[in-house]
Design a protein around this ligand. Structure first.
Ligand code: PEP
Ligand code: MG
Length: 324
């Protein structure tokens, strides 16, 4: 029953043969954080910080952001929170930021690229994260990276925020663990180059699928392209996991795919260390993980890579699930 699932959801998720898969929640509000704890999340795998900027008419101050992040930390206790820096543009508009009008917004000045154009907004957010990190177990997560220079530049800003706080004598968490999202095929292919600069890779399959299949997410004319179980996306996930592991670094999936029961055996089979999902999906996903065995999910993942379409992969995975 749902109650039994929820009760066992407060225990870690191990496969039958003992591989632990860390289960985290995606959050975009304090309410989500409360739901995360209630459903047994071990972390917030991605905190979508856009909520701090929405329903208002100017950017939030450093103080305001710090207070909200501190409250999130109180809700989560010791559990880590990966704070994803502002991911505006593309599917996420914030009117007062006056994003440029572009022919291809998803390929334009969005996300980290916007942060680089507006260093004041970026540094304010980074300072708030560093300061809230004194009390909360925060890490920083960088979105929409497509080349090494994006990461180097972003890390320079983080360093700059730290230096300024230091000079002003303002307490803050340092060093701060950094992670990046893998949302572009380019970033996935370059995992090895990134690996010496950070500890954790979080695969954003919503955007990664969009960019791999060149099909705008949310465009209702293109729904047949919007499946992260497409073999091309699975190849990229495998590449990220293999290259990250080569350097002793962990990987997670935080797109919608991570909370999709059909996808879970394949993702575990590909060696993904952590899944981050809507809080409500956690009990069911933990239950599925406890039924898995590594050799059979590895085989399933291998077969999925050889499949000809996302539909074929789905059929294969559903058949597998029905035998558990
Ligand atoms: C993703 O792209 O998969 C992701 C988790 O980020 P968002 O959905 O916020 O773009
Ligand atoms: Mg994304």
């Amino acid at each position: 029953t749902r109650e039994q699932l929820l009760a066992s959801s407060h225990q870690p998720a191990l496969t039958r043969d003992g591989r632990r898969v860390k289960i985290a929640a995606n959050a975009g509000s304090e309410l989500d954080a409360a739901m995360a704890v209630k459903n047994g999340a071990e972390a917030i795998g991605i905190l979508r910080t856009e909520f701090l900027y929405l329903t208002r008419d100017s950017a939030p101050t450093e103080e305001e952001q710090k207070e909200t992040l501190t409250r999130m930390g109180e809700i989560m206790g010791e559990r880590p929170i990966y704070v994803r820096t502002l991911d505006v543009g593309g599917d996420k508009d914030i009117p007062y930021l006056h994003l440029p009008v572009e022919a291809n917004p998803f390929l334009g000045v969005r996300s980290l690229r916007f942060s680089f154009k507006k260093p004041d907004i970026f540094l304010t957010q980074l300072r708030a994260i560093l300061r809230a990190g004194v009390q909360a177990n925060l890490r920083i997560m960088l979105p929409m990276i497509s080349q090494l220079d994006d990461l180097i530049q972003a890390q320079r800003y983080v360093e700059q925020a730290h230096q300024a706080l230091e000079q002003e004598g303002i307490p803050h968490r340092w060093p701060l663990e950094a992670a990046m999202m893998v949302e572009t095929p380019s970033a996935a292919l370059l995992t090895a180059a990134f690996a010496k600069h950070l500890d954790y890779f979080s695969i954003g399959t919503n955007d990664l699928t969009q960019y791999t299949l060149a099909a705008e997410r949310g465009n209702p004319e293109l729904t047949s392209y919007h499946d992260g179980l497409h073999p091309s996306v699975l190849y990229l996930i495998r590449k990220v996991v293999q290259d990250a592991h080569q350097f002793g670094k962990k990987t997670g999936v935080c797109g919608e795919l991570a909370g999709d029961p059909t996808a879970v055996p394949i993702l575990v089979g590909l060696g993904v260390d952590e899944l981050s999902m809507n809080p409500g999906s956690i009990p069911r996903v933990k239950d599925i993980i406890r039924r898995l065995e590594l050799p059979s999910v590895s085989r399933l993942a291998e077969n999925a890579l050889q499949a000809e379409s996302a539909i074929d992969v789905r059929c294969m995975a559903e058949k597998f699930l029905s035998t558990l």
